[in-house]
Design a protein around this ligand. Structure first.
Ligand code: ZN
Length: 319
């Protein structure tokens, strides 16, 4: 089947969510506390369904298991990536995610290295990105004493910024920010601080000091330095490439012919509109659409004026 696989996203309500997944991206949301759109997901906590073609209605998890030919006969047992759009109407918890070894031992799933492309940010918006403790002992003491203002590194953000967030990085997305997140397919979060919030039943979310102190890295966080290649009417920016995934931004302003250079690609239209041509079939694209170009799709064309985020898994290097 040489056709793209469009996906039907899954919405997740969160204490910090808002309504911009509807007002800005046109999704149907369950409430005005909708925090996450799981756009391309095979994770059991929210599986996206195929929205077109012969596999319409099938979950991405089942498709990946039953049709390895669509994904280039991959080695990974589970679909390794997860693409989300987040609407932080309020601060997310200050949190950290484990690496694969710790997550497999303690949670029975993948670890979580993630990265964020900032879609929009209100005036004065900030994130938490790293901490100031010099040793693990100091980190533990500051967490246990709740010295948040001394511990947390705050960074101002604007639309178009990108942040690499490897496992072990202390982080929080701030109020008024929308991001597109590309991450390993994992749902393990260790919360360090939740701004002393309670839900509408007066219940605070769990904190995980022990696990957090186990997995937090010491030292400054090193962000990537994305570089843009401007090909007159088509710009490509490599945002990050690590052992788990590569993520790029593509800005289309004319007809571009492209070829598959990885087994398959995950794509999200984050602005504008245009068209995708595969095998003489045209598919219209608009902001908020998410699709996979599977292994049999070896070449295609984009046209129109739109910005996409493209990602693919990287084969883990052994040894
Ligand atoms: Zn996170």
């Amino acid at each position: 089947m040489t056709a793209p696989l469009f996906l039907k996203p899954v919405m997740q309500e969160k204490i910090w969510g808002g309504n911009r997944l509807e007002t800005e991206y046109g999704y149907i949301i369950p409430s005005s506390h909708t925090g996450e759109c799981w756009a391309i997901s095979a994770h059991p906590n929210g599986v996206s369904q195929i929205a077109n073609g012969p596999y319409e209605g099938m979950g991405l998890d089942a498709l990946y298991a039953e049709h390895p030919e669509l994904f280039g006969f991959p080695k990974e047992r589970v679909f390794p990536l997860l693409t989300k759009i987040l609407d932080a109407n309020d601060w997310l918890s200050v949190q950290v995610h484990p690496d694969d070894a710790y997550a497999m031992e303690h949670e029975g799933e993948l670890g979580k290295t993630e990265c964020w492309y900032v879609l929009s940010a209100k005036e004065g918006a900030e994130i938490i990105y790293g901490h100031k403790a010099k040793t693990r002992e100091e980190l533990k003491a500051m967490i246990e004493a709740g010295q948040w203002e001394d511990l947390l590194v705050r960074v101002p953000v604007k639309a178009g910024d990108f942040f690499d967030v490897p496992s072990g990085t202390l982080h929080a997305i701030g109020k008024g920010i929308m991001i597109l997140e590309t991450q390993q397919s994992s749902d393990t979060t260790y919360r360090v601080y939740d701004f002393d919030r309670v839900d509408d039943k007066g219940v605070a979310r769990d904190l995980h000091f022990k696990q957090s102190i186990d997995v937090l890295k010491i030292g400054e966080v090193q962000n990537t330095r994305p570089e843009t290649l401007d090909l007159a009417g088509f710009k490509t920016t490599l945002l990050v490439s690590n052992r788990f995934f590569s993520v790029s931004k593509w800005e289309v302003e004319r007809l571009v012919e492209m070829k598959q250079t990885s087994p398959y690609l995950l794509l999200s239209v984050i602005d504008g509109q245009g068209e995708l041509m595969v095998d003489e079939h045209a598919y219209s694209l608009k902001k908020g659409d998410h699709f996979i170009l599977p292994y049999p799709v070896t070449e295609w064309q984009f046209s129109g004026e739109m910005t996409l985020i493209a990602s693919h898994p990287n084969e883990e290097k052994k040894g």
